[in-house]
Design a protein around this ligand. Sequence first.
Ligand code: FAD
Length: 301
Amino acid sequence: MIYDKAMDASPGRFEVIQLSEFTTWGIGGPSASIAVNSPDELIQTVELLSIRSIPWVVMGRGSNTLAPTEGWHGVVIFLRGAFSEFSFDGSVISAGAGAHLPGLAGTACSRGLTGLVFAVGIPGTVGGALFMNAGAYGSSISDFVEEVRVLRPDGSIDYLTSEGCGFGYRSSLFQKNGSIILGTVLKLSEGFRSGNELRREAREILQLRREKFPLHAPNAGSVFRRPDSGPPPGKLIEDCGLKGYRMGGAMVSTVHANFIENTGGATSSDVMNLIDHVVEKVRQASGITLKREIRQLGEEI
Ligand SMILES: Cc1cc2nc3c(=O)[nH]c(=O)nc-3n(C[C@H](O)[C@H](O)[C@H](O)COP(=O)(O)OP(=O)(O)OC[C@H]3O[C@@H](n4cnc5c(N)ncnc54)[C@H](O)[C@@H]3O)c2cc1C
């Protein structure tokens, strides 16, 4: 089996999962996995896997991830327990990397804290959001970062300022340096808007997203990044007549062309073939080469 080496590394420690159950695309075969509840457990796990030369990856809610249909030969690490918690001290939030971003953003709104309302419909974890520098409506999570706590590849724990995280548009240093995000401190603003006002705005955002995004079908949000200049990817793809275009079970959404829907039984190859087709058609029509926002499980940039 594809995951045998990982399972043999420490019998009884890892569990076999179907990645399709842990990604919003609903795609992905079997893999070894482990849920760790504390930094100590995480450090022990990474050490064990590194000694045995077994690849590993930290996954959040899989809402920006394409996992291979044939399965993965490494170990998927989930941050649970203490990593899922968050707490408030006035307008300052301490959050573990495994915390649910919409839950955190919704609680901040209810407390009358301004800043994170953009994130109420982004279905990932705090760690995934920092890794991707997730954002919407002109805001990104990096706008609110005071500190990010990481486990570096050499096994040491480090505390980074926002500048030290190298944030850019949907990018961060974490995409290049192999650090695991453990948690963060975010600073929001208080006293500008009431909890009621912010909750109303959150409901409006969620309604808007239900209208504009194909939330009826499994997807992973925007597939392509916005190019540096020119029209957004959705417009470029739509102008090529690709809305509704299918490869196997994967389809360019008819609701929003920058989304790819799993219409049922899509494989990771269906999605990648469709992505390649879209990139080529858009390049031929506009001269613009679209870059992927979504990530393949375990890929290094
Ligand atoms: C319906 C829908 C709407 C969306 N809307 C938006 C939007 O408006 N704006 C936006 O920016 N995104 C959006 N997304 C994409 C996605 O939700 C975000 O990128 C989110 O931040 C990913 O979080 P995640 O926990 O699911 O990450 P995952 O998909 O689990 O992981 C993404 C990457 O982060 C890495 N990673 C995760 N956690 C850690 C960690 N603790 N340490 C190191 N690396 C880690 C993973 O290895 C992987 O490479 C949307 C997705 C969906 C399905």
